[in-house]
Design a protein around this ligand. Sequence first.
Ligand code: LLP
Length: 386
Amino acid sequence: LLQARPPKPDAWWRAEQARLIDIGTQHGPSYVYHLPTVRERAAQLNAIKAFDARYYAMKANSNPAILKTLAQAGFGFECVSLDEIEHLQTHLPDLSPTRILFTPSFAPRSEYERALALGATVTVDNVEVLERWPAVFKERSLWLRIDLGHGDGHHEKVVTGGAASKFGLDITRLGAFVRAARALNIRVTGLHAHLGSGIESPTHWAQVYSELIGIAEQIGSVEWIDMGGGLPIPYTPDAEPFDLAGFAEAIAGIKDSFPRYKLACEPGRFLVAEAGVLLTRVTQVVHKSGVARVGLDAGMNALIRPSLYDAWHGIHNLSKPAGSALAEFDVVGPICESGDVLGNDRELPISTSENDVILIADAGAYGMTMASRYNMRALPHEEIIE
Ligand code: LLP
């Protein structure tokens, strides 16, 4: 028998088990978000004084209560579509458009027009967009997203820098971009890079920051440096928490040397991943060809990260007492795909059975926002813990 070893013994949900069992039992597949954890993460970033603006990458989680919490904490919002901007306007009607940063990828002309008309800060990341739609951009102040030629991240699919990536201006085309901008009386007031997601190396951002400053010095009109998001969280029990103090110290050194540039960041995952859990119930436990499988009523339709990136999320049976004897199971969902797996070789109580409520940990980022109605299953319910 395997020994029970509690990963993340201080996770907020350990004190909320009875309530979570109720929610999972009443509503079926449910995301539950713990706002105190969001506030705590926001406060950690607010304590880093080198930042002059902090944008929340709302693609990570667009639940209105989370948006309100982060707006109250002073955050702006990084949006990637006009729909995200409109969602903000619906749920935060008093939010000043100056707190919106629009960082689209291959967006249609109309979305740039609309974001500029609203007064949001707009990022472009290629020369073609200026050549093709000069009337949209002429005489504007814009931020420029740059591909610094390298990227990083927890999986190849989330690396957004380097030659293979669709994002950012190829640095060798900087001269052409600056010429095209000058011809249209465009002021490049910000430089932006976001080179990937779930980046473990704490020196990554100081590197990006100094490379962008080097480019800003050549351009002249730049006021803002945006070092992107990508801060990791520890998903696995043996992962170290992110060295936020080391991160802050490295960027503070650069800020002291170049105080005339204002500094922005745009994290998503760091703020919300640990604040969210997915609750789901056991449907069937099946033994086949030497493999024991626990089936759940939520799978890749509710949380696609394990299927898409081989991402690891803690899986816990809330319905069986702590200290139950454990066995190894593959944990699968109800979707008609072999890739519909939430975790392989997971330790769960041997007694795991139908209707037990299972908690999938650290699912607050890129969970609900990436959920689908595949197989016509309903989207998960959402619940807030204030
Ligand atoms: N800024 C930009 C321009 C981005 O594209 C992203 C994320 C962020 C900021 C926030 O990155 P974060 O701090 O959350 O790492 N679905 C993947 C992650 C994709 C990230 C896409 N862009 C996942 O579940 O791991």
